[in-house]
Design a protein around this ligand. Sequence first.
Ligand code: 9MR
Ligand code: 9MR
Length: 890
Amino acid sequence: MNASSPPPPTGRTRVRRGRHVLGTLAVAVLFGGVLTAPGAAAATASAGDAAPGPAPEQITNGDFAAGTAPWWWTANATAAVTDGRLCTDVPAGTANPWDVIVGQNDIPLVAGEAYTLTYTATSTAPLSIHTNVQLATEPYTTDLSATDQVGADAAPVTHVFTATADRDAAQLAFQIGGNDEAATFCLDDVSLRGGAEPPVYVPDTGSPVRVNQVGYLPKGPKTGTLVTDATTPLPWALKAADGSTAATGTTVPGGVDPTSRQNVHTFDFSDVTAAGDGYTVEADGQVSEPFSIGAGLYDSLRGDSLAYFYHNRSGIEIDAGLVGAQYARPAGHLGVAPNKGDTDVPCQPGVCDYRLDVRGGWYDAGDQGKYVVNGGIAVAELMDTYERTLTADGAESAELGDGALRVPEHGNDVPDILDEARWELDFMMRMQVPAGEPLAGMVHHKVHDAQWTGLPMLPHLDPQQRELHPPTTAATLNVAATAAQCARLFAPYDADFAARCRTAAERAWTAAKAHPDVLADPADGVGGGTYEDSDVRDEFYWAAAELFTTTGDDTYRQALLGSPLHGDTDAVFPADGGMWWGETAGLGVLTLATVPNDLTPAQLTQVRSVVTTAADHYAQESEDQLYGVPYAPADENYVWGSNSQVLNNMVVLATAADLTGKDRYRDAVLRGADYLFGRNPLNQSYVTGYGERSSENQHHRFWAHESDPDLPHPPPGSLAGGPNLTAPTSGDPKAAEKLNGCAAAMCYLDDNGSYATNEVAINWNAPLAFVASYLDDSGDGTGPARACRVTYSSHPWSTGSTTTVTVKNTGTAAVTPWALTWLLPGDQKLTHTWSARLDQHGRTVTAAPLSWNRTLAPGASVDFGFNSSVSGEAADPGTVKLNGRACTTG
Ligand code: 9MR
Ligand code: 9MR
């Protein structure tokens, strides 16, 4: 810009120009002339002003290109977008115009400003409608109140009016009731121009010094980011709580971060290992949020992130004794009025003629739909969190065990995390089409309300009809995969349930093979999400992997090895995204890489290299990026639920760390945690209750304190979906209002209404739970200490194999009595044992000493052996633990 250019318009001049333009417009309308383009009129009228644009648009999604949101309609009508128009079925025989309404809320009006409303509409029967711009609540004062005749032709309608007062949130209401006849009323091209530009939203990002607001593990990396205009290194100081300086250094200028468009520097205080609370970093004259350095920072997160699932259980009373009075509530959707219930649910009209009892399960998210494909990845990641304690060095099982978590099933001798998983597994298996019906063995995609409910809405108060939607191959394979995992994990605890899971899994697999391309309808999104998925090769791969791991059957081996995804790292774990509910092959790969199975050693090596290659990509992304996040989508396309993508990449990294012990992977997980807990462009901790500036207004129908002050905020440990680059055009009204033009990692609002950036969801809290366990198991960040070495060697013969095991105490203390635990692959059974007492529960084997070898002295070894029922080279037993602590193997 040079000196003679006109100055940029300020807010004030913009408002003046708006009035002038609209005055011109109003005159044009009065004379019945062709509407002059507002820009042209203004240019003539006030030459010398900066080139003006049209008066600001106040309607969101007026052409319905983004679906129906944020439009609403009364419950006696149904509406949907048809051929790009919003078409509403108007019931017959209502008394007043306002008995049936289609409208939009949250329209700001400025007193004295002129506005032009335009729209087109048709109706299958002649309607006399009221077109109002008014207060959304009593006394419904109107700024515009017009009567329009609507018939078969879509002639443009225009009204000009002047706002009589400042209104924060007026309502545009098309009142289309009061007619004897039923009709279909279709609306298009709705525009309300005038008034002030919507204010430019500037997020409050607090201090420019960005850190993990929870803290750092003593032996882990400790990095942060400083937002500054400076381009040369700046000094930083780490301050202890008492104000003393614990460390100093200089920042590293990083240039402009493309995810935020901020100029940033990074700083590194990894050398500091002294535990403490209340540390801060000072740089550029600014102070970070306080944080801790210590082991055990994520101790409560493990339980809190898992409590999320109990909180969101359907079909059971939520007990104040477990979650506190403010979160207690009656059971939802058990058929008690006003619920129509999930106990006897019909299909959508025309889909089936039976009804199913699909009670239970978890509510998906902020809504109360239950979707099998999303339940699948969520329950799989919960089961993975448990299964990791059987396979990973240093993974802690006690904190997930019976009595450890907030579930009502204490004292049943089943690990609590499996009790929680079972709540969903039971529901998912209820969604299977019964024998004798068309598509028997397939699984219904979803069950949810016939119409979207508003906010707030407690589950037991939801009056909507619930409906089953058609079965799909994807949902069917989700049951095949998760029920197969269920079968192997529940075998030691409940043989009947394990058998039921196995039957459901095999039935689902058979049905999916018979119907391999039954896809969800991308338009089936009224009252619930669509969860459409046009490619189910990944679901086939995942299901085959779980079934093979559980059963060892050759059918599944062939399905795996024949899949185009097998061994293809980029397809399984895309470097620029990662696994999610629509891309699930990675879940299968993680299982094959960690849970003992009947792959050959060479095949196992290949599968593990898929995991480590993906982890290398994600680690590199974390090392390269200025906020350290192990997520780098192409074109900065932070997707809906981006925080769950960050977490799923962290799951891959954590698994690679478990498999290899490499610090590079662990460090990338820890930097991912830094991002989620505040080291990010918004200085936002995305987990409720963790960090000084944590999200607390997530989109949820009863954790909706912003909608109703009597309702609570989300409980601690609830993850917000996070920045979503396309949120402003997704239909989310809050994002449309505030986030236009946002930088990718800043497209986020901690607002109860922003469902595209700030919802909670089961498939997002599940990887948080996995990662929380990993982080808590990481202790001070050193990794598990090993005090034993195990040599495990097997020799196959025609109908079985013989394995000898040597365990050596490499520590400094005697172990008396010793006990060694590991997993046997597939369906292998012990047939003969010697030199130790061996017990098998499901696939878990425990070896205990006999009277003569009870003590394992430092430096000493014991040998024992067994025969088992499957011929073949025994796979790597995964983690072998001596008295609960992992041994080095090999
Ligand atoms: O609350 C719904 C949320 O759970 C979904 O993720 C989202 C997108 O499918 O839709 C939300 O519901 C809104 C609906 O799409 C349009 N009407 C307003 C609803 C509540 O905000
Ligand atoms: O997680 C889903 C995301 O991948 C999609 O882009 C988005 C829009 O279709 O829907 C998300 O899932 C929502 C679901 O449709 C309804 N329940 C809430 C889910 C989280 O927002």
